[in-house]
Design a protein around this ligand. Structure first.
Ligand code: BG6
Length: 487
């Protein structure tokens, strides 16, 4: 589809997210010939920097994150020519007139302001966009997660940005929604007739959602230490995955239809109360250990971590969705840093058959399981019982039907940001969060954060390179279930 000419203005243009994700994603779109000739990318940050220096910085990050092999000389030159830089103070007047001047060279272009800064600046940046008259009828604003630090700050951001931009022009990004395998959840559930009849408390025993990472906090200690796994991952990415597993079929793929269904799920989440936190939640923090055989330090010893920090780098939760479809079906969620592998996965554990007529083997009790691997080695595996071929007795084996994305669809899977950044230009908000969604997710999360705080307990320590504190295993074993750590 043809994309209309646009100007992308990235606040936090020299930051980690811009370098790792946003600029490489725009480069890939350029490589595919999707960027109109006149479209510009304007980096903005507080530091002074010449346009040339910004171009050099971007070229270096592309070499690092796109890889020198995927860099095409002609496209690279074209891409670097699109870049501009404006040094601008989000909280003061400096730089804004320069930005206005630059933007006014292309008054008809669609404008996208991408806020890859600390959420504390979102309101002020929106005010400045308004004060300097940078808004045209086709101007959109993108807010990176986390939107605020809690419900009150999220509301404040939504109010302030909402005073300048109409809701249809506000794009609250959760990049998990742009992942191919996450978009595929709706297709899997609602384009196949097979699953829907059993996709409820009659057919499903429980659901597991794991998003694990091997990295620690790297250079992001300053951000992470006052954020933690609950705010950084659960409140947004895992909640969105849960919503897509649990939603009712929307009547269309229209943005409001999909988001109307997601909000119903969020509103059906049973709050976790103060006296339930010890049985339904676990939070952990990594101590020194090893990842892939190499020693790594403790969270407490990472850069920019406050001494005695009680920030969680791991969280596990037992969540209940209180409605007809999901009554009595727990959703076990876990996410953490410095775990043994990087994997995002959803496991649907079906119920056993009512009566087992076959010889009993050691794991005969293991019923069907659908594994949706979000990343890496994207696949969908349905574990089925089959007869092991052979003339002897009847032996059963649990074997998977495997749909591997790499084998079935050759070629590279686009990064989530590639899809989402272009959706913003097109004005398509289906894969973005609506105001009420973000606030409902905060409301639910905040009660747990408060309960943790009130308990005065420190997070449980776990050794880096293990699957979190033993309490996370105990939490699910108490229900006679186990985490599936598939390779
Ligand atoms: C970000 C978090 O939103 O998601 C990071 O802030 C995390 O802490 C990242 O590392 C994980 O994303 P992905 O796409 O690598 O799973």
């Amino acid at each position: 589809p043809i994309i209309e000419p646009f100007d992308y203005i990235v606040f936090g243009g020299t930051g980690d997210l811009a370098k790792r994700k946003l600029l490489p994603a725009l480069y890939h779109r350029d490589l595919d010939g999707q960027l109109p000739e006149t479209s510009r990318i304007i980096g903005s940050a507080r530091a002074e920097m010449t346009r040339k220096a910004f171009q050099t910085l971007v070229q270096k990050s592309l070499e690092e994150f796109v890889g020198p092999d995927a860099l095409d000389k002609t496209v690279l030159k074209r891409f670097l020519d699109r870049l501009y830089f404006i040094s601008c103070d989000a909280t003061a007047a400096r730089g804004w007139p320069d930005l206005a001047k630059l933007l006014n060279h292309e008054p008809r272009a669609i404008r996208v302001f991408y806020l890859a800064t600390s959420p504390e600046l979102y309101g002020t940046i929106a005010d400045n966009i308004h004060a300097h008259k940078l808004q045209t009828p086709e101007t959109r604003i993108v807010l990176e997660k986390p939107i605020g630090h809690d419900l009150a700050s999220a509301r404040e951001i939504n109010d302030r940005v909402g005073a300048v931009f109409e809701e249809r022009n506000i794009f609250r990004i959760d990049h998990y929604l742009g992942k191919e395998t996450v978009q595929n959840l709706l297709v899997l559930r609602f384009a196949n007739s097979l699953f829907e009849p059993v996709w409820n408390h009659n057919g499903i025993d429980h659901v597991q959602i794991t998003v694990s990472e091997t990295v620690g906090v790297e250079e992001r200690g300053g951000y992470y230490d006052h954020t933690g796994a609950m705010r950084d991952m659960i409140q947004n990415h895992l909640m969105q995955l849960l919503c897509l597993v649990a939603i009712e079929p929307p009547s269309t793929l229209d943005r409001e239809a999909v988001r109307d269904e997601k909000i119903k799920v969020l509103k059906s989440l049973a709050p976790i109360t103060q006296n339930e936190i010890s049985t339904k939640t676990v939070r952990g923090q990594y101590r020194a250990g090893a990842i892939n055989g190499g020693p790594v330090k403790a969270y407490a010893d990472e850069k920019d971590i406050v001494p005695g920090s009680t920030t969680e780098t791991f969280a596990a939760l037992k969540v209940e969705v209180k409605n007809w479809r999901w009554a009595g079906v727990p959703f076990y969620l876990r996410s953490g840093k410095r775990l043994p592998e990087k994997v995002s996965e959803i496991v649907i554990q079906f119920k056993p058959v009512p009566y087992w007529i076959f010889p009993t083997g050691s794991d005969h009790a293991q019923p069907n399981r659908l594994v949706i691997r979000v990343q890496p080695n994207e696949h969908i595996r349905l574990h089925l019982w089959t007869k092991e071929p052979g003339p002897g007795g009847l032996r059963l084996r649990n074997a998977p039907l495997n749909l591997s994305f790499a084998e079935t669809f050759k070629g590279h899977l686009p990064d989530a940001y590639e899809r989402l950044l272009m959706d913003v230009v097109r004005g398509n908000a289906t894969l973005f969060m609506r105001r009420d969604e973000v606030e409902a997710a905060w409301e639910w999360t905040e009660s747990i954060l408060d309960a943790w705080k009130n308990s005065g307990e420190r997070p449980k320590l776990y050794t880096a390179g293990t699957w979190g504190p033993s309490e996370a295993i105990a939490m699910i074993v108490r229900d006679n279930r186990t985490w599936f750590d598939e390779q």
